[in-house]
Design a protein around this ligand. Structure first.
Ligand SMILES: [Ca+2]
Length: 479
């Protein structure tokens, strides 16, 4: 292995600071109904509190947009299985930087110790030369080497590229980059997630590793028009990059059928069972009617043969996915009956999770196959019924088992709907959009219902105290 010596030519580039690295992915995994509910807390709450995707153009987006040359694409469909990057092996160099590639600053301040970089003609995975970054323990200022391509109507990209590492080590004050990064932009050159410096990445590699190839498939946000690929180092050590490829894999052979509120997708090897498409639309109609709303939502419903194919198609760890921004459900269940309720209420607002989930289980009348009122009546009788504040306060609700919180939230939603109706519930949703504390919740409640929340909570508990329950049809957490 080559030792890390400097001596390569350094280039002057303009640096622009990137935004903070806040995770705000709007895709969430569901592992199972119960786990899914627990897993939901994290991602959906982030989604709720961060609000809807905003698309202001940050300096980073502008830099990337402005600094790069666009890959030829024309107006037609992006070709499949073809490397869209130009000069992917860094064999052609102009003024020290590979042609069609750009250096962009991503970390550190002007004047801080800067990463070294350049072409290395003594080692290559392909052709005669490669690109390297080289940093010391004291290096604080880092850059990407990136290229952007234009694409149309794509759902996935495949990133391949070779890396070689020599004593790469993440030290205090440095960053978790020694990998490839992929960033997506819409037709206005704005990012889909503005705060992270990249949307997708290959796994951070550390240590000393001879030339090897990374090969990953990534799902692309709907409406993606530009994709930027970057080679990055953010920590101590030396890394070489070579033979990078970004291609669009030929999509699966999706068959489709449109109904009023869905575009159903399935693969020839597993069609929807007879009647289940009609059923799904009927279920949607029924939920919308019971919520008193007319929904013009269109949900893109993808039915997979098995969970392994979801994982491989989407490059995810979980086995089911919902994308709120793209209105997509990726499942193996031909009659999904939970997420569709969130899709119906979503245009009205994103309330605290307990209210959103409570609405679902109220409409379904049961939780884990048991009647919600009986479960909560039992919990009240043993002093385990959560308060409304427990349900709304993020810290408190995360400490409680869903077996207590979900039925309680459903009964509370049912209680206010029985008394004031669904139109008022949707008004409550609007007031609750983005609300994340009990104080805000109680204010919104009183504004919409004209009564203090505490007063209604007492009535709801009194109501529950009168509900007869059969212990056999209730639930407690498994010890
Ligand atoms: Ca090369």
């Amino acid at each position: 292995m080559k030792t890390r010596q400097g001596g390569m030519r350094k280039l002057e580039i303009d640096g622009v600071a990137s935004g903070a690295s806040v995770f705000n992915d709007h895709i969430r995994p569901i592992t199972s109904r119960v786990d899914g509910i627990q897993g939901f807390a994290e991602v959906r709450s982030k989604m709720i509190f961060n609000g809807r995707r905003s698309k202001s153009s940050l300096s980073l987006a502008l830099v990337i947009a402005g600094a790069v040359s666009l890959g030829a694409c024309g107006r037609g469909q992006t070709p499949y299985d073809k490397n869209l990057l130009k000069n992917p092996s860094f064999e052609y160099v102009k003024s020290g930087v590979p042609q069609h590639w750009q250096l962009a600053h991503f970390r550190g301040l002007e004047g801080e110790s800067e990463v070294r970089y350049g072409i290395d003609n003594t080692t290559a995975a392909d052709g005669k030369q490669s690109w390297f970054f080289d940093a010391d323990p004291g290096t604080r200022r880092f850059h990407f080497l990136q290229q952007e391509v234009e694409v149309r109507d794509i759902t996935h990209v495949r990133l391949r590229g070779w890396m070689q590492l020599d004593q790469v080590n993440r030290l205090v004050g440095q960053y978790a980059q020694c990998n490839f990064l992929v960033t997506f932009f819409d037709e206005k050159h704005e990012r889909f997630q503005e705060l992270r410096y990249a949307d997708k990445r290959t796994v951070l590699k550390l240590g000393t590793i001879p030339w090897y190839e990374e090969d990953h498939m990534f799902r692309v946000p709907k409406g993606t028009r530009y994709v930027s690929v970057a080679c990055a180092l953010g920590c101590d050590g030396r890394v070489w990059f070579d033979n990078v490829s970004l291609s669009v894999p030929k999509p699966p052979d999706w068959q489709t059928r449109r109904t009023e509120n869905f575009v159903f997708h399935w693969l020839p090897e597993r069609p929807f069972p007879p009647g289940s498409i009609e059923n799904e639309q009927l279920m949607f109609d029924d939920y919308a009617k019971r919520l008193g709303v007319k929904s013009d939502a269109v949900v893109y419903y993808y039915l997979y043969p098995d969970t392994a194919s979801i994982r491989s198609h989407l490059s995810i760890k979980g086995h089911q996915y919902v994308s709120w921004d793209d209105m997509e459900i990726h499942v193996i269940n031909p009659n999904e009956d939970h997420e569709i309720i969130h899709f119906i209420t979503d245009p009205y607002g994103r309330p605290p999770r307990s209210i959103a989930e409570g609405t679902v289980f109220w409409l379904q009348g049961q939780w884990m196959g048991r009647p919600i009122e009986e479960i909560s009546a039992f919990h009240l009788s043993i002093g385990r019924l959560p308060t409304i504040e427990d349900l709304i306060d993020l810290n408190r609700v995360s400490q409680l088992h869903p077996v207590f919180t979900m039925p309680a939230a459903s009964v509370f939603v049912k209680f206010i709907v029985d008394r004031w109706g669904t139109e008022r519930l949707m008004e409550f949703y609007r007031e609750l959009n983005g609300v994340n504390s009990y104080d805000q919740f109680a204010k919104a409640f009183e504004k919409v219902y004209g009564v203090p929340c505490k007063e209604v909570e007492e009535q709801y508990r009194y109501h529950l105290s009168k509900v007869k329950f059969d212990k056999a049809s209730t639930l407690l957490p498994v010890q």
